[in-house]
Design a protein around this ligand. Structure first.
Ligand code: ZN
Length: 196
């Protein structure tokens, strides 16, 4: 398994409508493993293929254990051609995205979703998610259609999470706008290009 480079808001692949997967082959299995590795290294709870520069419909989504037993591992769903077949309710929650580093904002998401998908073994599955898992599945499936959380965010809630040793939490929030965020990510992309 290897850790992949994560694409940044402003790179065209994040705005593409991704293709359905036709064949499950070794290359696809490796991609899913690399996505799982990349997600856990970067402390994400979900990742979609365009975030590792692939325009195909696959996602990984972590399901946190119920209760607060710290030792329990998260369950990782590797999903091919996922689609939401049922959704219910609307819940506000704070969201971030590895492709929009340190940016957060409030997004309305369904409180419950049922997702139909194919597993790497070729089996058709239905996954029901509530709360954080519903949010994660909805966010990742959005990526496959070129939609980012800033397209759905309540704009006056947008803020950067800035490390700050003086704060008890270790960080503070700095309010921003979509335009300012876009400009900052453009600069980040430029900087990466220069360093290549
Ligand atoms: Zn994301």
């Amino acid at each position: 398994m290897s850790v992949k480079r994560i694409t940044i808001c402003g790179e065209p692949i994040l705005r593409k409508k991704c293709r359905n997967v036709q064949n499950i082959d070794q290359e696809l299995i490796k991609l899913l493993d690399d996505m799982a590795e990349t997600m856990s290294k970067r402390s994400g709870i979900g990742l979609a293929a365009p975030q590792v520069d692939e325009d195909i419909r696959v996602i990984v989504a972590g399901e946190l254990p119920e209760g607060d037993e710290e030792e329990e591992e998260i369950t990782l769903h590797r999903l091919i051609n996922p689609r939401i077949i049922e959704q219910e309710g609307e819940v506000e929650g704070i969201e971030g995205c590895l492709s929009l580093p340190t940016l957060h904002g409030t997004v309305l998401r369904p409180g419950r979703v049922v997702v139909e998908a194919i597993t790497p073994d070729g089996d058709e599955v239905q996954i029901e998610g509530e709360g954080l898992l519903a949010r994660c599945l909805s966010h990742e499936i959005d990526h496959l259609n070129g939609t980012l959380f800033i397209d759905r965010v309540e704009e006056d809630s947008l803020a950067w999470m800035v490390p700050d040793e003086d704060e008890e939490s270790g960080y503070r929030w700095v309010a921003t706008t979509i335009e300012e965020a876009r400009a900052r990510f453009e600069k980040l992309i430029e900087k990466r290009r220069e360093n290549q």
